[in-house]
Design a protein. Sequence first.
Length: 458
Amino acid sequence: MLIIVPRFNLWYTFPPLGALYIAAVVKEKGGKVSLLDSNEYSEKDFYSRLDSEIMDHPEVGITANVSLASSAHRIARYIRGKYPDRKIIWGGPYSTVEYERLIPEYADIVVLGEGETQAAGIVEGRNLQDIPGIAWYDGDRIKVNERPPFIEDLDKLPFPAWELINPESYVSPGRKPSFSMITQRGCPFKCINCSTFMQGNTFRSRSPENVADEIEMLVKKYNCREMHIFDDNFTLKPDRTKKICAEIIRRGLNKHVRFVLTSGIRADIIDEEMFDLLKEAGVYFINVAVESGDQEVIDKIGKGLDLKKVPVILNTLEKRGFRIGLFFMMGFPFESKESMKKTADFAASLPGHHAHFFIVTPFPGTKLYEMAKDVYKPLDKYEKVTLNFYDENIRYAAPEFTSGDLEDIHRYAYRKFYLKPGRLFGIAKAMLRDGGWYNDIGFLIKNFYNIMLFGGHR
């Protein structure tokens, strides 16, 4: 199977964990597998490489969320036109929800939800009607097989097939070579902007020993020096987090690799012992997911966060010398110019080194998407234009603000945050303290330029 990762238009890139997990299962079952990440190549070089690789594979897997949808469609059309005998298999959040738009024109099979069980069945050559959790075309109509239970014992999964990628080809700040990992699946919260249909609402986790085993392997085999943890809720259960940290420390892995909590922890889980252990284990950068500075908006999102707790956790992290990133969102359909300005002003008042003001994007399969889809057809755009979460274009027709309002406030937010007296000095100081500043400084200069001219990332 040739597994393809479509192009993603963002200022940083990381190895595609989902695709690497599927590749590992295919290999474990004895299948032949290659991985082609379009983000590693120019457009022309990518298709030349595809033409070469596809000759050895009768099956092609394409992974897609809404950010990758337009690129994924282009790739599927190319394969359908030039290699009509190849079986095309889609997976990922976008594919799971929108399989009826894909089959049969762009896909023969769509994997629904977590894909490891389905990948194993396909590689083993089982009849399609006997593989749970797929949608497929029988030559007459689309059939949908009932989804299997979520994978409970994550330790049974093989480690991602790291041997299929070159970690040096990915562009991100920090030490090199860097890798990424997840230690849990499933989120018990039900925010309207987030999709849980892929991995469910039940928190499932790898054992601390299993997590440390993968880190140790990456250190010994690939000289891993930085690890980005992409868990939705790495600190949700502090006792578990402490055990992972203790295992990392016991093995001495913190002497070789440092860690980033990339996806953003909750702002209301405050455990000082946990933060002490995170620091000792080598965590130096923590993103905190706040989302809004307006409590009414927070409540409508369904996040269940008391904004009064945000300064408490940030001061706790700051005292321990963590570099802090903050996540916010702007442009919910029930927002106003005043509520978005509250978010900008609240963010600027907080301690921290980096802020990301993402433009609200309705993902298929979420409550937010259901709210927006009748007013504006975002999916049609996702399938034609590569999505950038920093792009200031409004996603739908909001009643209380215009696209121009959103653009102005978005730029105001970045400028107010970064131009607060002492902020840039604090960032530079943190980079020098953390080491590896020579990798980070280019991003700092580029982003400062973008902030001054545009207000955010370009």
